[in-house]
Ligand binder design. Sequence first.
Ligand code: FDA
Length: 344
Amino acid sequence: MKCNLLQLVFNCYKLHNKPVVKHKLNLILQPLKKYNITAMMWFNKMIASILPHMPKNLVWIFSKRYIAGRTIDDAVRVSKQLNKDGYMVTIDLLGEFITELKEAEKNRDQYINIIETIQKNGIDGNYSLKPSMFGLLLNEEACYQNIRQIVQKAVDYGNFVRIDMEDSQCVDMEIKLFRKLKKEFPKNVGLVLQAYMRRTLDDIKNLSNIHSKNNRLNFRLCKGIYVEPEKVAFKKYEEINAHYLEDLEYILKNGIYPGIATHDIPLIEGAYKLLKKYKVPKDRYEFQMLYGVTPALRKSIIEKGHRLRVYVPFGEDWFPYSTRRLKENPKVASDIMKAMFVRG
Ligand code: FDA
């Protein structure tokens, strides 16, 4: 069934200029649009769920809005434009779970070169990385040594590296890794925390023993993107949002530096209220958003005088990242499908 569906979509893609295809898709899509929004949502989700099985070249069409490009030159070009528009950036080389430590070393060397290039180009930005790309699940000590070298390179330029948070099997290890790095580089490392994890507020409280006025903890707070069991993660939108604001309130009340990473308007408005309540100075927090997501909203945030950092991912290994983004917002996929097939 799945295969037939894939074949159908791919054939449609190849034939998308043929009037008969446009007409047939119109016949399917128009009634859905007109009479049944639930069916439309189902259709969107169906499109997004088959994306990972589609030919890569086709998925690229959907994905490119979320990715600066395949090369460091693309990352530099996009970052320069974002800087010009008033945003800071955080650069991320795409890639994740690896199977051999040799790959980790290659990734480490690539990151070190990236830092050199970004700094030489005078970009106003820092760096984000995923520990699984440096061997976290193969050898924790080797992973630490790899990331340590990257952080050292950033430190040479007075810069900063953020440890992204991955799925629940990585959380303890990533917190441990962060503690170790923070001890050695107290001003140059930060961590991501996910508000959907039930444990997050406790994690923040436990980490407070390495927080001080001189060496503040620096957390990016996001909702969390991986599929987790209900035992460890909140699942409902309202629960996740309530936990997000509870975490953020604790962070702001205790002088921890937050990267408020969300595109969700109720959370952004909740953050504005908390920033006012705790009279947080402008340089003690920042908003963060993903490249390609809600650009009008991000503009409205800087226009209010807040600082905002855009997460700029790039690299050859763009496939897993972009399918996560597309599943998060299946409407993008179906909008592009419609644009290709229906409007021609
Ligand atoms: P939500 O998903 O409720 O979206 C709110 C609104 O934003 C949507 O209604 C839509 O309008 C818009 N939107 C959201 N995603 C979109 C998309 N892909 N395309 C178009 N519109 C979209 N996660 C993680 O587990 N580990 C990590 O290290 C990080 N790192 C990270 C860095 C930064 C800078 C950001 C902004 C996010 C992350 N994330 C992450 C991802 C995060 O956990 C979460 O999945 C996304 O930010 C989406 O959640 P929102 O808070 O935007 O809310």
